[in-house]
Design a protein around this ligand. Structure first.
Ligand SMILES: *[C@@H]1O[C@H](CO)[C@@H](O)[C@H](O)[C@H]1NC(C)=O
Length: 190
């Protein structure tokens, strides 16, 4: 026991004598910026040119009311206004899946790519759980590029219009984005 105590003491003292580990990190005085965005997502689930496609399901999907195991890939139009012909903001692209055995709740893995306006070429990465039966759902913003580098934040989303004909549902997205505040130079398109 005494030997062990001596050993611990030796290790403690030698660790105090060692120089501190070298690190590359510096105090960052970079400012953070907050950007609020509201946009509308057009979810074409039917009609002539759907933008949401089911790509996988499992044996439970048709058995459970939650549609567990159904996965979809989407590339949806995003506009600044409610109407389909209001100005385009970008596209919401990625996968969503029914990932709850008991209620209809999506796991969302999405990129919002801005195709027009001041954020053109920038992206936001969205990851979260979307329990569709709730009136307002919250999902996380976990990253971004260009104008939205180092983004974090959240999105409150609600169903604006549920199409009885099953062609196009419209969702409202209210986003609060915290990101790096600096000028961004994007490389020109080739
Ligand atoms: C799914 O159902 C099919 C057809 O009934 C069956 O052959 C298959 O083994 C099932 N798969 C699983 C993972 O239960």
């Amino acid at each position: 026991m005494a030997k062990l105590n001596t050993l611990i003491l030796v290790i403690l003292i030698s660790s105090l004598l060692l120089p501190p580990p070298q690190t590359e990190s510096k105090q960052s005085d970079e400012k953070r910026k907050v950007t609020r965005l509201r946009f509308y997502l057009h979810d074409f689930i039917g009609g002539d040119s759907p933008t949401v496609w089911a790509v996988a399901r499992c044996n439970l999907t048709d058995v459970l009311p939650s549609k567990f195991g159904k996965f979809l890939v989407l590339d949806n139009l995003v506009t600044s206004g409610l109407d389909l012909d209001s100005p385009e903001v970008g596209r919401l692209q990625g996968t969503v899946g029914q990932a709850d055995l008991h209620e209809s709740a999506l796991v969302m893995v999405l990129n919002l790519v801005f195709t027009m306006g001041e954020y053109e070429g920038s992206t936001l990465s969205i990851l979260g759980r979307n329990p569709l039966a709730r009136e307002v759902r919250e999902v996380s913003i976990v990253g971004g590029t260009a104008a939205f580098r180092m983004a974090t934040g959240y999105i409150l989303t609600s169903t604006y219009f549920k199409d009885p004909a099953g062609v196009c549902n419209v969702y409202e997205y209210d986003a609060v984005v915290y990101h790096a505040d600096r000028n961004v130079l994007l490389l020109p398109r080739r």
